[in-house]
Design a protein around this ligand. Sequence first.
Ligand code: FAD
Length: 826
Amino acid sequence: MAKYLIIGGVAGGATAAARLRRIDEKAEIIMFERGEHISYANCGLPYYIGGVIKEREKLLLQTPESFNKRLNVDVRVCNEVISIHPEDNKVSIKDLKTGKTYQETYDKLIVSPGAEPVKPPIEGFDLPEVFTLRNVNDTDKIKNFCDQKQPKRATVIGAGFIGLEMAENFHHIGLEVNIVEKACQVMTPVDFEIAAGVHQHIKEQNVGLYLSESVTKLEKVSSGIKVHLESGNSFETDVVILSVGVRPETSLIKDANLAIAPNGGIQVNDYLQTSNPDVYAVGDAIAFIHPITGQYCNTYLAGPANLQGRIVADNIVKGNKRKYKGALATAIAKVFDLTVASVGLNETQLKKNGIGYKANIIHGGSHAGYYPGAINLTLKLLFSPEDGKVLGAQAIGYDGIDKRIDMIASIMLKGGDIYDLQEIEQSYAPPYSSAKDPVNQAGFAAENIIEKKVNTIDWRELSNLDTSSVFLLDVRTKDEFSLGAIPNSINIDVDDLRNHINNIPKDKKIIIFCGVGLRGYIAARILMQNGFNDVYNLSGGLKIYQQATAVQSHIICNEDSSSQVTEIQTPTQKEHQMSNKEVKVIEVDACGLQCPGPILKLKQEVEKLDTGDRIKQIATDAGFKKDVQSWCNLTGNKLISLDAQKGVISALIEKGQSKEDCPVNGNVQLPKDKTLVVFSDDMDKALASFVIANGAAATGRKVTMFFTFWGLNTIKKRKKPRVKKDFMGFMFGKMMAAHSGKLNLSKMNMMGMGSIMMKKRMKAKNVDSLETLIQAAMDNGVEMMACQMSMDVMGVDASELLDGVKIGGVASYMEAADTANHNLFI
Ligand code: FAD
């Protein structure tokens, strides 16, 4: 009769024990567990603390008694294996209740001791209010602390999966929560721009987020615990969770002189055997060969631990027949309403391993956009540029994230490529997916990149670029452009692009962007098939760019937190308040529509209403949250409330009077900005406009100068690039003033003599030249905007204008004019 010993009685150990018994009824099996519990649900522990899982018993999947009764396994809890003697096939055990030590022999030993939380040697980390979370005992301690001491404020140090789950659960039981993370992002398995979505979501929960920040000390003070940060900041808290990472428990193996892999885990071969053939190891403690990198790696996940337990049992009983193929670290986490998942390698890991890759980001729907409840999700794919092999994927959204990452993981585990993703035949009906699922789409988009149908640029490359040196083309609609764009971009609607092809320089790198990347791709194809060679589409569109370039941290605790919390009323609360009044409210569902769909829909619906009527619109496009605020400001409609729940943005808008009809009310904050329309290119008029602009800017007002028709000549560069123009554009260029130095006086110009005399006189009187005034205006933050329509008419190319000049339509000017109380036409 064979005798098997198992160290560790949870995921890997208990699975191995159960499988051993199922395939070897006769064997003697002893499972040692240091703690009091076996086979419990570690993954459920945070949710029990947060009261989501209500009954503690539900966490305990088996008791020593039930396990023994069902499987005839001798379960010895509170028994710690203190050493392994591989040369004698023996282990020494300490009974933690009696303190006695004893030995057991084995034919085969399975080691599954897991991983322990890292506790850096930092002052205050040993305070009784500081906890780590690994097992049921830790959970009981935290839960008892919360029940007895009723903390109001919690701090989570370390923003990995467990840290974020704890932050969410503390928030769920009503604590004010702060998260401190040393890295510049949460959840290191995903790349920054995906994590940025989590950062923004954490902010929306009004949870504090300190990124690129570390705790230097925890100090007990009369009102709680003071958390000191490296930056010098500090705040107070009542309870702390330390979740800065885990490390494999390897001391037993090291002491037994068995091999440890370079990355610190227990080294195992394909059969999960350690360097001693009678000793097998599984779970968080082991290091196995990664299927893509070929290097040793760890994974701290329940699925691989369970699978390894089963494989080891089979190999022990049937001989080494089944190889472990490794794990791709397929992982998922719920962070408040959001779901984030990943598989395989991220960009940082690919770079570290010297693996060439391409990346693309697509935005799709959780299911068909026309079926109610569709919510957008973002999917990032990493693949080999040579053969299309899938190297990794990350997804973020509110629904259907698990399904997409699992689909990709199963392809990756078979060594599949992007063509396999295209061919996945998924079950489809509108409530569940789209005929072209986002995973299929990601495969198609990747093929376009490999086949060089499109070049992509990512948000980081673009944000590091001097955008004035490229032609940055925004192919969204004018309405979208007026709601905000990347500085220095020029707006040509994709549907109008073919009509403006001659306005686009062929000698410049062209970077195209749209809301999410799709229209950008179409625009890139139009240009590439019209002889433009240096064309790039912004991966993931403006949505990813804005998400990744936004402020990421959310520092709330150094100030009076009550003043920080802006109470956003939900539409339902607001409706309740006004239920006594007879107000017409119409409901509009714009879920599933991608930008600009929700705003266009809103515009159409508002047009049908009377002043004072309200519209309650729901949308799932994340950009709608910002756009609706800008749109209301721009159009004179009133945003009554704005709320986001589980990816559904709900806005209540009241149709406003057109701004001219608004009665002046003593309580109304009057607009104070200044706008100038510069129509003329007379030198004296240009001088006057810049003098006024600089003066207004000096009083702290926002100043916008809108240059139209001849006014464009004042903001032309002295040294302009060669631009190919049509005949009329060429003729206009010849006839008009080439730059500010060539302007004439409106009166007494005398064939140019007048302007020369004026310049001399200004110099003598110490009056700044027009060029100095223009530069001063730029330095003072005066916004200079060139009229797109006039540029088209006069044949002026964006590259001919001074750096920093924005190109805009009348809508952009009107938005500025709306907040201005002076509007000069020169
Ligand atoms: P463990 O399950 O940790 O078991 C090891 C056991 O060995 C421990 O009980 C320990 O007491 C015992 N032991 C150690 N040394 C000795 C010794 N010398 N003698 C006797 N006994 C010993 N994974 C996911 O995939 N998804 C999740 O959502 C998820 N959530 C998690 C949430 C929390 C709070 C935690 C702590 C983990 C979570 N995990 C999750 C990770 C997952 O639980 C682990 O990957 C998995 O449990 C590893 O199994 P294991 O057998 O290697 O180690």
